[in-house]
Design a binder for this molecule. Structure first.
Ligand SMILES: [Zn+2]
Length: 74
């Protein structure tokens, strides 16, 4: 049992724009990054989510994917 292992380097926290669910008791949220175009609905409550700020680990975006205009998924 080796609990003394160094934890994986944690990404620095960053105040990030996110969408969060306003329903009481629901803690669902998603990064704004993933839903820029429209107001997303909470996958659990199916209500429109609200833009807010949240401290979340910084997203490490690979350099090659900085251009997200060309969304070729295949
Ligand atoms: Zn919800």
């Amino acid at each position: 049992m080796y609990f003394r292992r160094k934890p994986a380097p944690a990404a620095p926290l960053e105040n990030t724009a996110v969408w969060s669910c306003e329903q009481e008791g629901c803690r669902s949220w998603m990064r704004d990054h993933y839903a820029m175009e429209h107001v997303p609905a909470c996958p659990l409550c199916n209500v429109p989510m609200v833009r807010s700020m949240k401290m979340v680990p910084q997203l490490v975006v690979p350099q090659r994917e900085t251009k997200k205009k060309s969304a070729t998924m295949s």
